[in-house]
Design a protein around this ligand. Structure first.
Ligand code: PLP
Length: 356
């Protein structure tokens, strides 16, 4: 039976990226060796990382003055690297979910943290508006997509101070004006590649402005100077990222991907909004294109397990909602085909016919 992969992360990747990675594991570039058994400093791998950086810049239209890095440690290491490198006295954070909270917790180790707004009062079901970012903050940190709650900041914020964004789960899902950001980062394993590599887009002029000593491995300048090769980088995940970037380019770039993502999410949100049984917990003006959460309405709550089983029989994978929201979550990342969304919508309709 066909599987429909709605996993939240690690998650679905373009088939061609997986196939080409498999080939490179068996015989890389026809050199008679696996990509797993050659030096990261070989010219064959150098060409991979160079092309990945240059395609990243091309697809996201990254202006001059920014560097693209591929490091280890996940988005979670960035939660501490960011304040280590950039927080002198005070930083501002928007608190829109668990990942945002984890980020601001680390910052508190380095200075004062101003939580400018939080949606914790309603279980992070909306994106706060009308908050003030203090002009004397060293930076303002946001989480553009809240993977667990299915909310997203789908616009580029005008920030009076350096804007920093965790884009782990919506990178390259929509057009972003990179010039509005000082630093963008994320784990690759939601939309770009396998687990094990973190992407960072950083404007160089923000670095070198803190007093404290920074350990070599945690200093962005080290990795810029060494082209992400101060130590051995995550070679294979970087290769898969390159293949994913080529796939995005072959489709026509991020604006085409964005159109596809809007179509997919409209299809599912319409089904939820017109449903007798299901409803979406996220505020309509804050809904994510990437993680679509839905629950059973109060009067049907006892049917959740039955729907889960029904959906499983139809090949739906990974639709269990995060424990802090409950219900269901369909992650509709770039590589998920619209046919899978249609299959889920059909599944919801058929279940409703039998049970509502
Ligand atoms: C998954 C996720 C993370 C955690 O990423 P790791 O690479 O596992 O550290 C952080 N932020 C957001 C928004 C995420 O979705």
């Amino acid at each position: 039976m066909k599987k429909h992969n709605f996993n939240a992360g690690p998650s679905i990747l373009p088939k061609v990226a997986i196939e080409n990675t498999a080939k490179a594991i068996l015989d890389f570039n026809g050199i008679g060796m696996s990509i797993l058994e050659i030096s990261h400093r070989s010219k064959d791998f150098q060409a991979v990382i160079d092309e990945a950086v240059s395609l990243f810049k091309e697809l996201m239209e990254i202006p001059e003055g920014y560097q693209v890095l591929f490091l280890g440690g996940g988005a979670s290491l960035q939660f501490c690297m960011i304040p280590f490198n950039l927080l002198n006295k005070k930083a501002a954070y928007l608190e829109t979910g668990v990942w945002a909270k984890k980020a601001n917790k680390e910052a508190k180790l380095f200075g004062e943290v101003d939580i400018v707004a939080s949606s914790a009062d309603k279980n992070f079901s909306y994106i706060p508006k009308n908050y003030q970012v203090p002009a004397d903050a060293d930076y303002f940190h946001i989480t553009t997509n809240n993977t667990i709650y299915g909310t997203e900041i789908r616009y580029d914020i005008d920030s009076p101070v350096n804007l920093i964004a965790d884009m782990s789960s919506d990178i390259m899902s929509r057009k972003v004006d990179v010039s509005k950001y000082a630093l963008i980062y994320g784990g690759a394993q939601k939309n770009l590649g396998p687990a094990g590599v973190t992407f960072i887009i950083v404007r160089e002029d923000i670095l070198g402005k803190v007093e404290r000593q920074i350990p070599t491995m945690l200093d962005y300048r080290t990795h810029i100077k060494e082209g992400s090769m101060f130590n051995t980088p995550p070679v294979l995940p970087i290769y898969t990222i390159l293949e994913t970037l080529k796939w995005i380019k072959s489709l026509g770039g991020i604006s085409v991907i964005e159109k596809m993502n809007i179509e997919k999410s409209d299809l599912l949100y319409n089904a939820i909004d017109n449903s007798k049984m299901f409803e979406g917990p996220a505020a309509k003006d804050s809904r994510s294109l990437m993680n679509i959460c839905f629950v059973m309405k109060e009067e049907y709550k006892d049917k959740e397990d039955a729907f889960m089983e029904f959906a499983k029989q139809r090949g739906m994978i990974g639709i269990k909602g995060h424990r802090s929201v409950g219900g269901f979550r369909a992650s509709t990342y770039n590589a998920l085909p619209i046919e899978s969304v249609q299959a889920l919508v059909d599944c919801m309709h058929d279940f409703e016919k039998e049970n509502a």
